[in-house]
Design a protein. Structure first.
Length: 124
């Protein structure tokens, strides 16, 4: 019920962010199951929470936003899986939002590197 209320609140505020968040949640569930994570941890939202935050942060109406949301959410999911798999949560203060922060930083770094190669139209 809480997830539905949060989804509706985000949807009312920014519909595209809510839809990206929903996709990130589904992606987190899929990837965490594929990589053999505990079903209990998936059900409590350990993998989806930070992926949703990442998707909301990078959502937008530009065509390329979808690609960067996917990249950011995937990185965040893999950071979470890595921390859970190697039992490193105790060293970063628990799960909280560390994967979100790490995934966001990595995604911003990647985009900055790729934007150096993006061709800008020359109108003059």
């Amino acid at each position: 019920m809480a997830s539905l209320i949060i989804f509706l609140g985000v949807y009312i505020s920014t519909p595209i962010a809510a839809l990206y968040g929903l996709i990130a949640s589904l992606l987190a569930t899929l990837l965490s199951q594929v990589f053999g994570q505990s079903t209990e941890l998936v059900y409590v939202g350990l993998f989806g929470f930070n992926a949703i935050l990442t998707a909301i942060v990078f959502s937008g109406t530009e065509k390329e936003n979808g690609f960067w949301v996917l990249i950011g959410a995937t990185i965040t999911i893999f950071v979470t899986i890595f921390l859970v798999h190697f039992n490193l949560l105790k060293y970063v203060g628990g799960i909280f939002t560390f994967p979100f922060v790490a995934g966001t930083w990595i995604r911003l770094w990647l985009k900055s590197k790729f934007s150096l190669f993006k061709l800008k139209p020359n109108y003059f």
